[in-house]
Design a protein around this ligand. Structure first.
Ligand SMILES: [Zn+2]
Length: 169
């Protein structure tokens, strides 16, 4: 008989908020509705009442949802001039840095794997498998990071709806 000493409760939340949007570039103003979804998870001992674990998992889902909405809000491009906020520029800059960082880390590890082994036995063929594996690992991690961040940027088009007030009539 298996003994379950803990249980995990996952809560998914969806929500939408309306916020004022103001472009710093062209002074376009509108209400914007952001729709987002997020997930929270909590583990608890089986002796705790399930309602307590559920409450914690819901709290985490609420916090994750608020984070996601804020992240999407920061990345909204202006519908009139296409400008993005400073936070969006920072987000793109960070994405580039992370991708370069992973590629660089892979190349450094490839060199570390290559040179000591090559100088230890000068006559034989240099080792090639280790350096190749590290290079590929660096490229793969760079690709995953880039893809995750790109997905969030693509999600904005579906998650954000502009509700122009004084501009529409
Ligand atoms: Zn603008």
């Amino acid at each position: 008989m298996p003994v379950f000493i803990s249980r995990r409760i996952t809560t998914e939340k969806q929500g939408s908020v309306e916020r004022p949007y103001a472009c710093a570039g062209c002074s376009y103003r509108a209400e914007v509705r952001i729709v987002a979804a997020a997930r929270g998870q909590a583990d608890g001992s089986i002796v705790l009442p399930a309602s307590q674990i559920r409450a914690e998992s819901e709290e985490r889902a609420d916090a994750a949802l608020a984070d996601e909405i804020q992240a999407l809000y920061d990345l909204i491009p202006c519908p009139r001039c296409g400008a993005r906020s400073d936070n969006a520029a920072l987000y793109r800059q960070n994405t580039v840095l992370i991708v370069i960082g992973w590629i660089f880390a892979g190349l450094v590890m490839a060199l570390v794997a290559y040179f000591p082994a090559a100088s230890a036995s000068p006559g034989s063929d240099p080792p090639i498998v280790g350096p190749i594996v590290w290079t590929i690992a660096g490229l793969a991690l760079a690709g995953v990071s880039w893809h995750r961040r790109k997905q969030r940027i693509e999600r904005i088009a579906r998650a954000v709806e502009f509700l122009p007030d004084d501009e529409s009539s």
